[in-house]
Ligand binder design. Sequence first.
Ligand code: SF4
Length: 334
Amino acid sequence: MKKKIKFLNSIKGWMSIELTNSCNYRCSYCYRKFVDKMPEQFISIKIVNELVKDLENNSFSFDGLKLNWLGESMLHPQFYEILRILFKSKVFEHYSQETNFYLYDNRLFTVNPDDRPYYIFISLDTLEDDLFFIKRGSNTLGKVLDNIHLILNTRKKLNRNYPKIRLQFIVMEDNFQELCFIRDKVHSIFGIKDISFYEDIKAEHDYILFRPLVTREENYKNIKLFRQLKEKYGIKEKKIDENIRLACEKLFSTPFIRADGTLIFCSNDPEMSLSLGNIKNTSFSKLWLGEFMEKLRTLHINREWEKLPEKCRKCHDYWDSIPEEILKEYLNIL
Ligand code: SF4
């Protein structure tokens, strides 16, 4: 078991903990409500405490922890208490959070006295009030912008490095023209001018992040719009490497703990068809290194695609950047 954990630690994965699958916004493009079968709920402090204890006792380490998944984590009534527990642990080196930022208050600086690396992705999509209301289902843009000013000013006043801010805009038909000029506007309001078209979590500067719209249907039109925006900003598309398919690294590096304690491993699985069990009943370490998971890992490494569950078999969104010879080492320690 120790050797397996040492190997998995070397992959430098990111765990996700979903504090809640509930949300205070009703974004027009969100597919959560159509695929999430779990009743809306908040994770309990008991689950978080026991998870951290299990990770520490078994010497797990992760490059980072994401503090959300399908819901808005700041809705959790004990959000700052949970953050305090997680910041105290040395299991995670970095922390990130995706949020609509409506409920932000400055307690964040109090619960992170050691200024541990924290990166906040704030979903905006537009700086126009009317469009914000149409797209996000909420009339709160002004409050969100005030909160962004508050966090940036406090960071400066306290002379802290963190949190670093990413202002996120999903590229859609309705906001396309606005996004072509959004960099100047954001720069004049917040002094942030760097842009990125991919999620560079640990970048040590604030930046504007453009993302393609992801839907459960045909995505071609959205990807095309995203590429057009890239061209407007003078960024050339990288040529896609047509390598043969290799094992998906999500099985090694991205455990997701849902608000009810269910453990899954894939960001494409809100339906939880690849559930490993619930950490309320069996510890994370037992499930993550359990028979079912190791069987899936072995099938992936051996490229036995036809024996995989349907979700992996038919998948086109796998991450396969870990070299095969490294993953083969894992088979030797099973
Ligand atoms: S192959 Fe696809 S479905 Fe399977 S874990 Fe990877 S991304 Fe998820």
